[in-house]
Design a protein. Structure first.
Lengths: 250, 225
């Protein structure tokens, strides 16, 4: 069952067309990977799913993005509510320069959760969900910046899921991490998909092949091919996808 | 842009070709040994089998290295995995040629039970199937691979049945003292039929490599396409 439906989505930065008429359905509680060379539009596409592109000057967007049947580009859309539902993890971990505790509950406070009991419960549940609780339970007051890069990335994921989103967007979440830390995040993604829908942009094709259920290949703003991950990596239908996944591209 | 990986793949292709050539030679020599009941030729095939066994190990190791070092995808991955499977079939074919030679050694000190008619036909067919299946793999020719499966394989089964029925009905049942020599010939026919089965496997793998279609155990899919 699809949770996100994209219909004829085009994005322009000034006169440059970054996305060309993309239509696609993203399945609920699955991991969808977006691959393609730099500048192909995959990050633009990802950022279109929670209207992060709105923040860019001179951007123009046409088409529709339906999340659970509701068009997020309709006037009157509550962006705070949208981004609560569709959270984002970035390339580099971006914890706030605050205590670990404050980082995790930040979103709850923004969304008006004030009851200490609920906050304590959500704090522990979020940190346990990302397997960070045991590591930080005795130093919740320490700065989040004192954690390792991989712990910081897991903390950022905990901060997101504290507000109970349904969709997690991940923009190269492991590109700043070493292979062991990458494995931990990938294992975490595998666990998280039982509850959340994950869309991940990655330059690492092996990562896309390992973690995702579906893969889309973007090139020059077009969605060249979309399909089940094993099909894309063993038997791509489009020769451009084949050239890219076999490294013959360019 | 030319990839270093392409050179490695070309090298693997050459190794498969080399193993295929040695295997074909092995079948040819074993049939010659059978036709002439030559112990010398039979022993030569048995002695030369080690070269093919060694090549199997070399190809297996090369395939594993390529997978581990390059993490191939799509057509490259299919080629390497199928190369691994095909070299197992080639090694088994060479073993069957050795089995035929062992039958020759059993029969060499006695006169042949009967003039060989259908067994040489089956042998020629087996040899041709192996050659065509390897060519199909090396040349990425799925059409040729289909020919091997759809045309040659039923013919091989038919010839094996003819040989079997003749040896049982006309020799073993009529004259039990002929049984040992008849059984040796029956086994030769069985070995040749098994060679045809392995050639079919190679052809099926060639189709998977080229078209990413699984036709193994799916004759319907093969006939539809």
């Amino acid at each position: 069952m699809s949770i996100i439906e994209i219909k004829s989505l085009s994005v322009f930065y000034g006169r440059f067309q970054a996305l060309k008429d993309i239509s696609l359905a993203i399945e609920k509680q699955k991991i969808t990977a977006l691959i393609g060379p730099s500048g192909c539009g995959k990050t633009t596409f990802l950022r279109s799913l929670n209207r992060m592109n709105d923040l860019i000057e001179d951007v123009r967007i046409s088409g529709n993005v339906f999340i659970k049947g509701k068009d997020i580009y309709q006037p009157g859309m509550d962006l705070l509510e949208l981004r609560k539902k569709v959270g984002m993890v970035f390339q580099r971990p971006n914890p706030f320069p605050l205590a670990i505790y404050d980082n995790v509950i930040y979103g709850l406070r923004v969304h008006g959760v004030l009851k200490e009991k609920i906050i304590e419960e959500k704090l522990r549940w979020s940190l346990e969900s990302v397997h960070l609780w045991e590591e930080v339970k005795d130093k919740l007051g320490s700065s989040a910046l004192s954690l390792s890069g991989e712990q910081q990335q897991r903390l950022c994921i905990a901060r997101l899921i504290a507000v109970e989103p349904e969709i997690l967007l991940m923009d190269e979440p492991c590109s700043a991490l070493d292979p062991i830390a990458t494995t931990k995040i990938e294992n975490l993604m595998y666990e998280l998909k039982k509850q959340y829908t994950i869309v991940i942009v990655t330059h690492n094709m092996q990562q896309a092949a390992r973690v995702s259920d579906y893969t889309g290949y973007f090139y020059l703003g077009e969605l060249v091919e979309f399909g089940e991950t094993d099909q894309i990596f063993t038997n791509p239908r489009d020769s451009r996808t084949e050239d890219y996944v076999t490294g013959r591209f360019g | 842009m030319k990839r270093h990986f392409d050179e490695e793949l070309a090298e693997l292709n050459k190794e498969i070709l080399r193993m295929g050539a040695l295997t074909e030679e092995s079948i040819y020599k074993s049939i010659e040994a059978l036709k002439t009941l030559s112990m010398k030729k039979a022993k030569q095939v048995i002695a030369e089998d080690d070269r093919i066994n060694e090549l199997e190990l070399v190809i297996d190791e090369k395939c594993l290295d390529l997978i581990a070092l390059y993490q191939p995808m799509a057509v490259d991955l299919r080629f390497i995995v199928m190369a691994m499977k095909i070299c197992t079939d080639l090694e088994r074919i060479a073993d069957l040629a050795v089995d035929i030679c062992e039958r020759v050694l059993e029969m060499a000190d006695k006169p042949l039970l009967k003039p060989l008619i259908d067994i040489p036909k089956l042998a020629t067919l087996a040899q041709g199937m192996v050659k065509e299946a390897i060519d199909a793999f090396i040349n990425r020719d799925a059409g040729q691979a289909r020919e091997v499966i759809l045309r040659a394989e039923p013919e091989a089964d038919n010839l094996r049945n003819l040989v079997q029925s003749e040896l049982i009905n006309d020799y073993i049942l009529k004259d039990p003292s002929a049984a040992p020599r008849a059984v040796s010939l029956l086994l030769v026919a069985r070995h040749l039929e098994r060679i045809c089965d392995h050639a079919t496997n190679i052809a099926e793998d060639a189709i998977y490599m080229v078209e990413a279609k699984v036709v193994k155990h799916r004759l319907g899919v093969l006939k539809e396409t």
